[in-house]
Write a protein that binds this ligand. Structure first.
Ligand code: NAP
Length: 308
């Protein structure tokens, strides 16, 4: 798709603001793909390598924004972004800001309002891969905001990876980003706690990995079968004929008791046990474990036994 803009400059020109590890990877990728690149970073020296390869170093943030129809920003947080763009009033008019800084949905929605007040097209995005994977076709970047802004810049965004537009609500990209990160941390913690548990009996982490990652994950936690069950979540159907929440509570109690017996940390399994007890107290005892979804969907109520 051809890029359009109203400023009369090079339509393929692009500005990157923020040259930490991620911003540098984005900038380098755009330069490698032949884009005319302008960069700005608080610590100007971080642009040296890019400038040596042909990027233009803007002296001020206003100059950086004025140089291109699209500015990608990749800073440590949203508060920094406001601070950095404070001096750009007017420079943004008619341009597009693609914000790839991580934050919360409320921060993203607030920034969309801030952009609208400045006649600035706005996409809020989230990068789902580490810096070395930026630019690969299989690397997903999530975007939210007006569809027409996304479509207008899709060709540029596709240089950075596989761009996915999630919807017009500007909070959606960071929301899905945090949901996926939560899944990553919970999965990693499960593996790490399991490794600590078997390690208490001198079973090596490598031996555990062979069983846990080589067999258990692909067979028992098979993604295809989990994906199939996702429809049940949408329908709120949790038939307990193959195993109930009460049965799962027994398993969780064993994990807590085994952790205590083996002298390893027991807070993580204890929290899972308390959540299952809460689900049972809420009437989900005869349903399967996926009924935990009903608990997670609501704000935290009182937990049995004075739990957290
Ligand atoms: N690295 C990753 O693996 C990864 C993966 C996915 C998403 N992300 C997201 O990408 C964004 C950038 O991450 P990052 O890894 O590049 O590093 P970062 O440490 O989160 O951000 C570094 C950038 O923020 C700038 N900055 C910090 N405080 C500032 C201030 N007060 N004023 C002006 N600029 C300031 C730094 O400028 P200076 O160089 O001058 O310090 C640098 O450009 C974050 O939102 C992060 O969550 C990162």
């Amino acid at each position: 798709m051809t890029e359009q803009h109203s400023s009369g400059q090079d339509s393929t020109a692009i500005t990157v603001v923020g040259l930490g590890p991620m911003g540098s990877a984005l900038a380098q990728t755009l330069l490698d793909r032949g884009r005319s690149l302008t960069v700005w970073n608080r610590t100007a020296g971080k642009a040296d390598a890019l400038v040596a390869k042909g990027a233009h170093r803007a002296a001020t943030i206003a100059e950086a924004v004025a140089a291109s129809p699209v500015t990608i920003t990749c800073l440590n947080d949203y508060a920094t972004m406001y601070q950095v763009f404070d001096s750009t009033d007017g420079a943004f008019q008619g341009r597009t800001l693609v914000n790839l800084t991580s934050g919360t949905p409320a921060e993203a929605r607030m920034t969309a309002d801030w952009a609208a007040e400045r006649d600035l097209g706005y996409l809020d995005g989230a990068i789902m891969v580490p810096p070395p994977l930026v630019g690969r076709p299989e690397s997903v970047l999530l975007y939210a905001g007006p569809r027409e802004v996304f479509d207008r810049h899709r060709a540029t965004l596709a240089l950075l990876g596989d761009p996915r537009h999630l919807g017009t609500d500007p909070g959606l990209a960071v929301l899905l980003n945090t949901a996926l990160l939560e899944m990553m941390y919970a999965t990693l913690n499960g593996f790490l706690h399991g490794a600590a548990l078997v390690g208490s009996a001198n079973v090596s982490a490598s031996e555990f990995a062979e069983l846990a990652l080589g067999w258990f994950m692909p067979v028992v936690l098979d993604p295809a079968s989990l994906a199939e069950q996702a429809a049940n979540l949408d329908e709120g159907a949790y038939p307990g004929d193959l195993g109930t929440m009460q049965m799962n509570l027994n398993a969780l109690e064993h994990i807590v008791r085994t952790s205590v017996e083996q002298g390893v940390h027991s807070d993580q399994p204890r929290l899972m046990k308390e959540l299952a007890e809460h689900a049972i107290a809420q009437g989900h005892g005869t349903e399967n474990y996926f009924a935990m979804f009903e608990i997670f969907k609501r704000g935290r109520g009182p937990m049995p036994g004075g739990g957290r």
